[in-house]
Design a protein around this ligand. Structure first.
Ligand code: ADP
Ligand code: MG
Length: 729
């Protein structure tokens, strides 16, 4: 009997909303627990404060004695917030954040002790890191790694621990985390974009930041119901489960009123986010039942990435306070929308301009167009790398399946900008006539802001869409670390901008004026990038066919998509920009492949166990009940009469038998294939085997199990059903 399921549902007090009081002004909480610029100014000497600002803004080094000063100030502030411990907070390639707490407490002899924290403790730590993923790097080199303070992301206090955002590298210098390559990519795009700005548009620009505004989707499931589903507990998604009568077809959940218990979760989350300096501003119901979204104001990309990692952690902890379990998996429920994390990306100058926002005069608009067209060219030339950056076992369910966005990388610009690009394509080669120049300036470039003002067309089916003053990369998975996507985006943009600068310089050397040269190059780029521009329905079969004709890749699975990373041209980009060396690229690629294989393997084992231990026994029990009933009727009425009376029951007995047999043989096959795949040593071949031999069997088992779910007595079914999971809040 399914006692768990019903005791959970009956346990109503558990589901009573816990009321959360929100202070009148959320703004007063903002950065309360952050060693923010304002706090630093209060706690640091002027010299130390300037030094840390220099590090934040221009990557300047902080000397040792200043670091000591900063450490003491940080400790004093942290103690005032009730901290007793400190930790380097970093993002290893496991996908979650890591922390190892050390106490400030230091005995000084004679039974006395003090709180101590020095510059060297601030700057560097050595976590016992041999059990973090390293793709063989630290087997070949040295089995030690260290974390180093990243002063560009402020320290913060959670509970009683001072957390210091850090990078994680091996002693021989190989990067073992998400943050290091991101910081390098941000530096590369800063250099390339600043150079372009200074050379052609604005001498006052000294720094270009990448900005990121993520939108986090998630599901909340009642904790008790969550615990009653071994597949959710083990894998974060349901491996079985018949679709409920009511799914999302009524479209009644999106932007609907937020259930009280969920609202209280959101309130508490917002309060805690504010204190940690995460500027969350938007919350709403998403398309699927029990699915929600949260978005902050955009920030500098490194900070935004840290804030997203921190938030994911915070969300799962706060969910527990409200009797919920947080699901960040990309596809927790079959047949119901999955979750993503749109990454809104742009570039901004230290003079306060958004480079992907049209300006007030033709010159600023040419700047806008240059960055806009270069973004398109970058995604055109190197979009495959973006595809591989979002490849995970979980995200395969979204990208490869019949739900947004597809695995084909294309760009939506909106019809207005498409028209502008059509005009630019007509620019004459070489020198421009005075008339043409005037026309370009007044009628094309000059009109852009007006055009965009009424540009309301939005295309939700495009993986990479221009949305007025930023691009929105929609293929990122909900549980992903945004650093990967941002590293790729900023790297390919940096690389492209370097090429742009060279291309323009060649024409200037040939005697063209700056503007003429830029127009010429933009025209060439637009012509060369045509195949990636797509304004239509990205979900349609037509697009799949069309994209194939255009020669665009459509790699639906992780093992396929990850092959891109090892292509020579991509390795060269990372090498040239100094982001990652070939050893690191290979190691990271292997970690991802292994991670993929591990997940499929865990899912296979979980599914097989549930089928054997839960589904088959219950199906047999129910079948016995039917058999018992038929036998009883036979005793009472004789065989012929019983057969006439029980025709449907007898058929049902056979149908159930058939499903049981299929499940049984499929599980045997599943375990055999899993075993075989597990023994393959080459990570690429192993991932291929898990993808093509193991995973397809999931569907067969599911089909038969889901069929049994609707045949068998509801009281007996051993797993909490979709309707309970999805409509209890
Ligand atoms: P949507 O309609 O896609 O839900 P919104 O207009 O609400 O999007 O904005 C989505 C996100 O885009 C927000 O997190 C916002 O901060 C972010 N955003 C806005 N401008 C920029 C920018 N210049 N750079 C990066 N992100 C930005
Ligand atoms: Mg969006």
């Amino acid at each position: 009997m399914s006692t768990l399921r019903f005791s959970a549902l009956k346990n109503l007090p558990y589901m009573q909303p816990k009321n959360v009081e929100v202070p009148k002004k959320l703004s007063e909480l903002y950065c309360q627990n952050v060693f923010s610029e304002e706090t630093m100014r209060a706690y640091l000497t002027q010299g130390a404060y300037q030094s840390i600002l220099g590090a934040i803004l221009y990557g300047k080094k902080i000397d040792r004695s200043t670091a000591d000063q900063i450490a003491v100030a940080m400790k004093d502030w942290a103690l005032s917030k009730g901290a007793t411990h400190y930790t380097h907070w970093f993002q290893p390639l496991t996908g979650s954040t890591a922390e190892k707490h050390d106490s400030f407490f230091t005995p000084i002899g004679g039974g006395k002790a003090i709180e101590r924290f020095s510059g060297s403790m601030l700057i560097q730590q050595e976590p016992d890191a041999s059990s973090f993923p390293n793709g063989g790097i630290r087997n070949t080199f040295e089995a030690r790694g260290y974390t180093a303070w990243d002063p560009t992301s402020p320290a913060f206090v959670i509970d009683t621990t001072l957390c210091i955002p850090s990078v994680f590298v091996s002693y021989t210098g190989e990067t073992l985390d998400y943050k290091t390559p991101l910081l390098r990519a941000l530096q590369a795009v800063d250099e390339a974009a600043t150079d372009v700005c200074q050379s052609y548009f604005d001498k006052n620009v000294n720094k270009v930041f990448s900005t990121l505004g993520w939108e986090q989707e998630y599901f909340l499931i009642d904790s008790a119901l969550y615990l009653s589903r071994p597949d959710l507990v083990m894998t974060g998604r349901t491996l079985l489960g018949h679709a409920p009568a009511k799914g999302q077809q009524l479209e009644d959940h999106y932007f609907g009123s937020i259930p009280t218990r969920v609202l209280n979760f959101m309130k508490e989350l917002e309060i805690e986010s504010m204190k940690l300096g995460i500027p969350v501003t938007t919350r709403h119901n998403e398309v699927a039942p029990n699915q929600f979204e949260l978005a902050p104001l955009f920030e500098e990309a490194n900070l935004a990435v840290d804030h997203n990692s921190l938030l994911m952690d915070l969300m799962s902890k706060i969910a527990v306070n409200h009797g919920f379990h947080l699901l960040l998996h990309e596809k927790p429920f079959a047949g119901i929308n999955g979750s993503g994390k749109h990454n809104n990306w742009s570039l901004a100058t230290d003079t306060g301009e958004n480079l992907l926002s049209p300006g007030k005069n033709p010159k600023k608009n040419l700047q806008f167009l240059s960055f806009f067209v270069n973004s398109i060219k970058a995604v055109h030339d190197y979009g495959d790398l973006l595809r591989s950056a979002v490849a995970t076992a979980g995200n395969d369910h979204r990208l490869g399946a019949n739900e947004a966005p597809p695995a084909i990388i294309s760009i939506f610009t909106g019809s207005q900008l498409a028209k502008v690009m059509d005009e630019l394509e007509k620019v004459t080669e070489g020198k421009l006539s005075p008339d043409e120049k005037t026309d370009l300036k007044l009628n094309i470039v000059g009109k852009i802001p007006e055009l965009l003002l009424d540009n309301t067309d939005r295309n939700r089916t495009s993986p990479f869409a221009f949305t007025g003053n930023k691009f929105e990369f929609r293929a990122v998975g909900s549980q992903a670390n945004c650093a990967e996507a941002m590293t790729v985006m900023n790297s390919i943009m940096a690389y492209q901008l370097r090429i742009f600068k060279k291309d323009v310089e060649v024409l200037i050397e040939k005697g063209l004026k700056k503007d003429e040269a830029i127009f010429n190059i933009l025209r060439d780029y637009i012509k060369a990038s045509k195949k990636i521009l797509f304004e239509g329905d990205g979900y349609s079969d037509n697009w799949v066919n069309e994209a194939e004709k255009r020669g665009l890749n459509n790699k639906k699975t992780t093992p396929e998509a990850l092959k891109f990373e090892l292509e020579k041209k991509f390795i060269k980009i990372y090498e040239d920009l100094g982001i990652l060396n070939p050893v690191e690229i290979k190691a990271r690629n292997e970690i991802k492949l292994e991670n993929y294989s591990k997940w499929i393997s865990i899912e296979a084992k979980t599914l097989g166990d549930i089928a054997r231990n839960h589904i088959i026994p219950v199906a047999v029990d129910y079948q016995s009940k039917l058999v018992e009933n038929a036998r009883g009727l036979k005793e009472l009425f004789g065989e012929n009469e019983m057969k006439a009376m029980c025709k449907e029951q007898l058929d049902l007995i056979k149908t159930i038998s058939n499903h049981i047999t299929e499940i049984k043989s499929s599980v045997d096959r599943l375990f055999a294939e899993r075993e075989k795949a597990g023994q393959i040593e080459n990570p690429e071949k192993q991932a291929d085997a898990f993808c093509n031999k193991v995973k397809p069997i999931f569907d067969v088992i599911r089909e038969h199990s889901d069929a049994l779910e609707i045949l068998i007595d509801d009281e007996m079914w051993p797993l909490t059903k979709y309707r309970e999971l999805l409509f209890t809040s």
